[in-house]
Ligand binder design. Structure first.
Ligand code: AMP
Length: 312
């Protein structure tokens, strides 16, 4: 059976240092984090490339989550490798090194394995690759979502703008939204992005949560205030995986579902940051997930307020 949600992006080996520890050659990558988070909500297929040095543990983990990896190519080069660091400001990753390796010659063939995905998530990867994927699909997916980062905004802005014109939903960090649009104010930045193509914009604000801009409204989802945060790597991709997994499961894009999906995204991101790599998201129970989502309800609920003679 063909998966409902197809995620294209990187599968990586990450060297990450945070104030709370260091991991080397940790299983990571935008598609990897996204697929694991989404797999709790819908059927997922992954399109990416790994090198000859990629460990079996990564493939076994995808299989353990029921993720369809027919679209995961194996190259004779080395796996894409990212080295990043965080200071106590866990919102900002400092990239120390990006070795594209097998990504340089990656020519993904989505249509071959998954000709008709309901949702296509073009996770963070070279925007030229993102564009080529869309070219391959004769039937446009119901929802095309895209993520990117400063690396690509700086190096391939034209290609990025081109693929944005064909995107319905963009997830992007606040600093990257500013970089992409030249607007400091986030409401204006979202407006400017809307003019570039996507009608739904998810602005990720790290430990301050996310803002979802849709036609006619804005929703603010907080991030869960956690006692233990170890590694923010992959939080954005886990958020997107949860959000898109939920939207795909329910096949609805109304404000109501977008708001619920943002809370689901925040739930998955909260598990992600609680441990290094995918340790926090790789084997959750639905009981743990629903308890955490309940905590979001508590965190955000407030009683009606009387202001003057008005009851809000
Ligand atoms: P985030 O969810 O934004 O923290 O993404 C973390 C993941 O992005 C890491 O696992 C990295 O392997 C991956 N990554 C880092 N740089 C890039 C890049 N230039 N393109 C695609 N993926 C990247």
């Amino acid at each position: 059976m063909s998966p409902n949600l197809v995620i294209v992006g990187t599968v990586a080996l990450d060297d990450v240092t945070t104030p709370f520890g260091t991991v080397n050659r940790a299983l990571g990558g935008s598609a990897f984090y996204g697929a694991i988070a989404a797999s709790y909500w819908t059927s997922v297929g992954i399109v990416a490339v790994v090198g000859e040095d990629y460990p079996e543990t990564g493939l076994n983990l995808l299989a353990s989550r029921g993720i369809d990896a027919r679209g995961l190519e194996r190259s004779s080069e080395k796996t894409f490798a990212w080295t990043g660091e965080y200071s106590y400001d866990l919102n900002t990753a400092i990239t120390r090194d990006t070795r594209l390796n097998c990504l340089l010659s990656f020519d993904p063939k989505v249509a071959l394995h998954y000709p008709r995905p309901e949702t296509l998530f073009l996770a963070n990867v070279d925007p030229e690759i993102q564009g080529r994927i869309l070219d391959q699909l004769s039937d446009r997916p119901r929802l095309v979502a895209l993520d990117t980062m400063n690396y690509w905004i700086e190096s391939k802005k034209e290609a990025l703008l081109k693929v944005l014109r064909r995107t319905d939903l963009l997830t992007i960090n606040e600093s990257e939204a500013r970089m992409l649009t030249g607007e400091f104010n986030l409401v204006r930045a979202a407006d400017a992005i809307r003019k570039m193509g996507p009608k739904i914009i998810v602005l990720k604000k790290g430990e301050h949560g996310a803002l979802v801009f849709y036609e006619g409204g804005i929703f603010a989802s907080p991030a869960m205030p956690l006692e233990v945060v170890k590694d923010p790597t992959g939080a954005g991709d886990s958020f997107a995986g949860g959000l898109l997994g939920y939207l795909t499961r329910h096949a609805k894009l109304s404000p109501e579902f977008l708001r619920q999906a943002a809370i689901v995204g925040s739930t998955m991101a909260s598990f992600c940051v609680s441990d290094f790599g995918v340790a926090g998201t790789k084997e959750l129970t639905m009981d743990q997930i629903s308890r955490r989502t309940g905590e979001f309800l508590d965190l955000t609920a407030f009683p009606r307020i009387d202001i003057g003679d008005r009851r809000l």
